[in-house]
Write a protein that binds this ligand. Sequence first.
Ligand code: HEC
Ligand code: HEC
Length: 264
Amino acid sequence: MSPSTLAARFVSRRRQLAGAAVIAVALGLLGMLYAALAPAGQASTSTDPAVQRGAAIYGQACASCHGFNGAGIDHVAPSLIGVGAASIDFQVGTGRMPLKEHGPEAPRKRTQFNEQQIRDLATYVASLGPGPQIPQFSAQQWQRADTAYGGALFRTNCAQCHNFAGSGGELTYGKYAPSLTDATPRQIYEAMITGPENMPVFGDKQITPAQKLAIIKYIRTIKTQADPGGAGLGRVGPVTETVIGWLAGIGVLVIVTIWIGARA
Ligand code: HEC
Ligand code: HEC
């Protein structure tokens, strides 16, 4: 082997080593970058005290089903990354979450948390990924809306599931659309922008914020309205009214007929 070929081999070996070193350094940097950016463990890396308080409540009440950092657990509960503060405020505020037992429908129940705790939970979940925020509007804003307009919008968009009087109705597979009498204006708004379970999401393009306030006005108005004609008959609509009318009406006719027959 001539000295020149020996030198050439030495150079190429050094090049290989240098290439390997560059790759090793690059991989190391990538690892450090990942460690810095990836969500770590259950404790949130955020320094916001609301996020930290929310994370603590989450760890106790929600993580067993929704997993660490809201990642979700297969066949147990969906991921909460990106559901947004509005969804948490709705689900926890209406007492649906934490879920007690699995069923076709998560029922409304008394919430276990106070307003502050719900806000903290919402802030924590919102920090995991962007989603719809808790809507901000005043009582005057929806009270000023047009009830008749809200009623028309309600009948087009909501009545097929919730019934035209907002008293709820059955859906398929044991699911049902609940009565709307207990929902607060904020919860009604949140239901529209988050679409819980089988309910579709009504984005601001489909139903504008002003129209949402009109729908809220309508729902709150029918809730407080007494039945103008006396007994509401469950407010199920013309079918029950007709059935009652026929049965009661024919009953009276039969009694009158019997009475006339008995006199003859
Ligand atoms: C026993 C299990 C269980 C527990 C505990 C639980 N959840 Fe859930 N959660 C579910 C299931 C199952 C669903 C999906 C079905 C549904 O919405 O009814 C769900 C749905 C949700 C949704 C709606 C997600 C979406 O995609 O719109 C939110 C928000 C939510 N949970 C928040 C919470 C919070 C916050 C807690 C803790 C306070 C919690 N959950 C505790 C089982 C659970
Ligand atoms: C396809 C059927 C469907 C349509 C259409 C629908 N909803 Fe719902 N809605 C549901 C179901 C199902 C639930 C219960 C979800 C759950 O339990 O997680 C619900 C829940 C709600 C709740 C929560 C009630 C409570 O007291 O907790 C409100 C408020 C609501 N809907 C308002 C509306 C409004 C307003 C519209 C029209 C803009 C509408 N919904 C359209 C199916 C529907």
